[in-house]
Design a protein around this ligand. Sequence first.
Ligand code: COA
Length: 260
Amino acid sequence: MAYTTLLFDVADGIARVTVNRPDKLNALNATVLAELSDAVGRIETDDAIRGVILTGAGPKAFVAGADIGEIGGQGPVDGKGRSLRGQRIFRRLERCGKPVIAAVNGFALGGGCELAMACHLRIAAEHAKFGQPEVKLGIGPGYGGTVRLPRLVGQGRALELLLTGAMIDAQEAWRIGLVNRVVPADRLVPECEAVLRTILDNGPLAVRACLESVDAGLGLPLDDALLLEANLFGLLSGTADMREGTAAFLEKRKAGFRGT
Ligand code: COA
């Protein structure tokens, strides 16, 4: 599929995905979502992709939300369909099994904040702004905002953002745990790459197991989550990577993981 609203490039194990509608602050219209869905499929299945950096084109916005022009004319049935479609794509990204970092280079509002939250880590430029302003439009979040935000920052802080629709700056987003790091704009991509490289130096099966255990574990009762962790721990114990990682430590050398 040739993309018109997305840049997609793979180099040295990292896929760089850029939502590319800078004149509309990278708002998510139907084309962006269809292309994002295709891109997630490539991320899931292409073994050359080991990690992902997701960002927005231009200096101003990561993604300024769902395309308000499209939302304005929707009815209940297509509204629900739009929400489910977006949720499915974001969920597939979240469960792709490879680390995904949002490089938040500006406004991350509504669907943009929701997209960033579906990534595993969020690193923000100092001028980035976050918010769920949907209530100002007489609608609520539809791509997981009411679900992921309280999980990330706690119920009280999430409700304040959701109910007021207020925007917060990157520093405040960091303070409440919505983003992992805040860096100067010119350091954003290098910082994302450095963090991703650190992750990719680790055993890929172990990284995948961490993603799976946290993702599934958060929705499970404590004992079931612990059992899942033990099962994954057991599975990893059968891998060549575990033998290599432990041997490398004891032999005081760098491990050469192969994902087996
Ligand atoms: N959907 C569609 N178009 C959008 C958009 C969105 N979510 N966000 C921005 N745009 C468009 C604007 O309409 C404008 O298009 P135009 O030049 O054709 O008029 C362009 O992007 C630039 O935005 P503009 O509003 O002029 O920039 P600004 O710097 O004055 O304000 C924001 C920036 C982010 C504060 C403002 O664009 C905004 O509030 N956007 C909507 C955010 C939102 O409510 N998102 C949730 C949607 S559910």
